[in-house]
Write a protein that binds this ligand. Structure first.
Ligand SMILES: [Zn+2]
Length: 454
């Protein structure tokens, strides 16, 4: 039957079952017996109720036999967004957690990152980190690479090959006194950043974009920060860096940039705080600095595993949200030892509870709010919320098919549970064994295909 309202793009997949996601209005919306259609471009074409099946099949032109029915204990949730992860540091994840930040960088991080000049080593580590994060439900990742342009381009290629949505940054640093060979001149940093951006954009990867990446204020001269601010502005690019992670760092930034009113002001002066900026940590920001974040539209990435592991500080998430600063979660591998965003969810809840132990007046976030941060919040923090983050019509279908009762998995269900309980159990107890499938922009990327299998 002809239908004049039929959309121009054909429907590729239809799923029926429980969908859970966050919206602007509510931290957790549960849609039971829902129908979701994905078009051939990987976008969500419709989301409706199961009882509307006949009507939707006529409007969108699919047959009932094409509908994939989720099993009991299964649900779809949006893919998770890791707003801060260092791909090269995955090589030593789970170790080297016995020092505070600055000593940790000098002792472990810089010597390892300097090895990424070797493309073979880079290929091995980058393939592993992309596989591991995807397998654990990270559909979007915001990566730091190293100072090496070709290895950073390789990371872009690998994320594209696996089908992960990614922002990839070649690290910039023209100051480093501890590992002398792991730094650039200001000219190298500027030229190589431009080459990195041009070559990555030239590949026309649909889901992978460059992000301007000054390591942090202590690793960069003011002149380099100014040049990077200009490059980001002229090319309308994302920016990522670190801010106010530990007290020693904050003190040194004050000494190094005496003309700035605060750490946040350093980045602001060099045009590095925009509505496409994400800064990791922010544990020790003042309320005035949080206001500057809100005014500029810049966001924070909360990396609780790293903050605890390196004894950096405890971010007061409630206070950040009260200041209406965009906030996502990050693993910060390898300062954070786990590459899984489920761990970031748990450590965020732990951090809230530490603060409540210290001050019973402190408001502990409900798990629903942390679920929102791991999904929609992350997409907002990366200014990608027009493409991903939840199940809104028109966005890309980035999703995890979760089976809470997966055979051989870590969760035992004693009785029939409602979807909210299933989600809570998955967030607290689940792991990659519960993630049956991962979709990015409508394409199934986990289980791995022949091309992406080992
Ligand atoms: Zn970091």
């Amino acid at each position: 039957m002809a239908n004049s309202n039929r959309p121009s793009t054909a429907i590729a997949h239809i799923y029926r079952g429980t969908f859970v996601h966050a919206t602007e209005q509510t931290a957790l919306q549960i849609l039971e017996d829902a129908l979701l259609g994905v078009d051939t471009e990987g976008k969500i074409a419709f989301i409706g109720k199961g009882e509307e099946l006949d009507k939707l099949s006529q409007t969108f032109g699919f047959s009932l036999s094409e509908v994939t029915q989720l099993a009991q204990h299964e649900f779809f949730m949006p893919g998770m967004v890791d707003t801060h992860i260092h791909a090269p540091q995955y090589s030593y994840a789970g170790t080297a957690l016995d020092m505070p930040l600055l000593q940790w960088l000098n002792t472990y991080t810089f010597p390892v990152e300097s090895r990424f000049k070797d493309l073979k080593f880079a290929q091995e580590v980058y393939t592993q980190v992309v596989r591991r994060t995807l397998r654990n439900g990270t559909t979007t990742a915001c990566y730091f690479a190293t100072i090496h342009t070709d290895a950073s381009l390789l990371l872009g290629q690998i994320t594209n090959d696996f089908g992960q949505r990614a922002l990839v940054g070649k690290v910039c640093m023209d100051r480093n006194n501890s590992v002398k060979h792991y730094k650039e001149t200001i000219q190298e940093s500027q030229e190589e950043t431009c080459r990195f951006i041009a070559e990555l954009l030239d590949k026309k990867y649909p889901l992978v974009k460059p992000v301007v990446t000054p390591r942090f204020a202590l690793s960069c001269t003011g002149a380099l920060l100014g040049q990077l601010g200009a490059i980001a502005k002229n090319n309308n690019l994302h920016i990522q860096s670190h801010i106010s992670e530990n007290m020693e760092e904050v003190k040194l930034v004050k000494e190094l940039f005496p003309e700035s009113e605060s750490y946040t002001d350093v980045y602001h002066k060099y045009n590095l705080l925009t509505d496409k900026t994400v800064m990791a940590h922010g544990c020790h920001l003042s309320d005035e600095e949080l206001n500057l974040f809100r005014e500029t539209g810049a966001s924070l990435s909360h990396c609780p595993n790293s903050n605890i592991s390196l004894c950096s500080g405890l971010l007061n998430v409630s206070n950040v949200l009260k200041h209406k600063v965009k906030l996502g979660l990050g693993t910060d591998v390898a300062g954070g030892y786990s590459a899984s965003m489920l761990d970031a969810v748990r450590r965020t809840l732990d951090t809230c509870k530490f603060l409540t132990i210290q001050d019973p007046e402190h408001h502990t976030l409900p798990f629903e709010e942390v679920f929102r941060l791991a999904t929609l919040g992350g997409s907002q923090a990366l200014s990608l919320d027009n493409q991903t983050g939840n199940f809104e019509v028109g966005k890309d279908f980035d999703a995890l098919r979760v089976n809470v009762a997966a055979p051989g998995g870590p969760i035992d269900l004693i009785q029939h549970e409602e979807p909210k309980i299933l989600l809570e159990k998955f967030l607290n107890l689940g792991d990659d064994r519960n993630i049956m499938e991962v979709y990015v922009a409508g394409r199934r990327v986990v289980p791995f295909t022949e091309q992406t299998a080992e």
